[in-house]
Design a protein around this ligand. Structure first.
Ligand code: SF4
Ligand code: SF4
Length: 305
């Protein structure tokens, strides 16, 4: 067993949305993108991060007493967190001072063996459902040695493996895990480099290059497209994306609807969320876009092509 350590911010058991069957999803911290719609804002920074749960707070103000430099102050019985002062070691100290687990740390160092101990608990579910283990994030391939060691350990114990990736990493980080990865769940967000940069902070050049190389290398790839209102929810955009995937020879792909499940986490992390007012697309609209994407409809009032 390799001794590499990784920064893990969550482990979800019994997941059915991240590959075949019942899966354990290991969420690794750190992401090179800053998608406006991100539902895991606590995943983005690489280090440990303070996370405040208002519903758990018992207003004891122990955190205020532990704030030597005014990191948390009081407004009546309410703690007021000054986020810019709450990084690194300070975050750990504040979380320790909270008796109610209202202040938590997202992201902790784990060894591969520690993660494997959690994974092994669900061996029976993987075997019965055809499931396994999925690495997610953030971007799991920002921790390439840890990801590789974990995938290798899973394979050695007979667990099927999947990796969710943005594709925005050096090719070596991807090629290194190829021999140990049964399925790549690969994000594709916009066909236009400028729009991609505007909505995610990076353009799509490296993502498309890596996708092409991954296909050439013979990997099993499922491309997933988050359908984001205002970014790529136009029929012509999705038709263009389908055409690009056709040319790459990638037939396994799906659309993921925009949702607001992560909006509350922004407040918990002291981060700004710019999509609070954006409504998820109605199911009927998503169904129409699915048809366009699948090539079975000329598309929502657009002229036939
Ligand atoms: S790639 Fe995923 S984890 Fe990273 S910012 Fe975008 S939505 Fe969030
Ligand atoms: S220590 Fe925890 S429970 Fe007490 S006020 Fe601070 S956040 Fe709330």
């Amino acid at each position: 067993m390799e001794e590499s350590r990784g920064n893990v911010f969550d482990i979800q058991r019994y997941s059915i949305h991240d590959g075949d069957g019942i899966r354990t999803v290991i969420f690794l911290k750190g992401c090179p993108l800053r998608c406006r719609w991100c539902s895991n804002p606590e995943s983005q920074s690489g280090g440990p991060q303070l996370f405040y749960s208002q519903s758990r707070c018992i207003r004891c103000l122990s955190c205020v007493k532990a704030s030597a430099d005014g990191e948390i102050t009081a407004d009546g019985r309410e703690p007021v967190i000054h986020w810019l002062k709450c990084g690194g070691e300070t975050a750990l100290k504040l979380a320790e001072a909270c008796p109610a687990d209202a202040l938590l740390i997202k992201g902790r160092e784990m060894t591969i063996e520690e993660v494997m101990q959690v994974i092994r608990r669900d061996r029976m579910f993987y075997e019965r459902s055809g499931g396994g283990v999925t690495l997610s994030g953030g971007e799991p391939l920002l921790q390439p040695d840890f990801a590789k060691g974990l995938l290798k350990a899973c394979r050695q114990e007979g667990f099927s493996t999947a990796v969710e990736t943005t594709g925005h990493v050096p090719w070596e980080n991807i090629s290194g895990i190829l021999p140990f990865t049964d399925l790549f769940l690969y994000d594709f967000k916009s066909p236009d480099p400028d729009i991609h940069r505007d909505w995610t902070g990076v353009d799509n050049k490296r993502i498309l290059q890596n996708l092409q190389q991954l296909k050439t290398a013979g990997a099993n790839i499922h491309v997933r497209i988050p359908v984001i209102p205002g970014m790529n929810d136009q029929p012509e955009t999705l038709r263009k994306m389908a055409g690009m995937l056709d040319r790459l020879g990638i037939g396994t792909r799906s659309l993921l609807p925009f949702h607001q499940y992560g909006s509350g986490k922004y407040r918990s992390c002291g981060m700004a969320y710019s999509m609070e007012e954006v409504q998820p697309l109605p199911e009927t609209r998503m169904a129409e876009l699915e048809e366009v994407f699948a090539g079975t409809s000329p598309g929502l009032g657009m002229p036939a092509v």
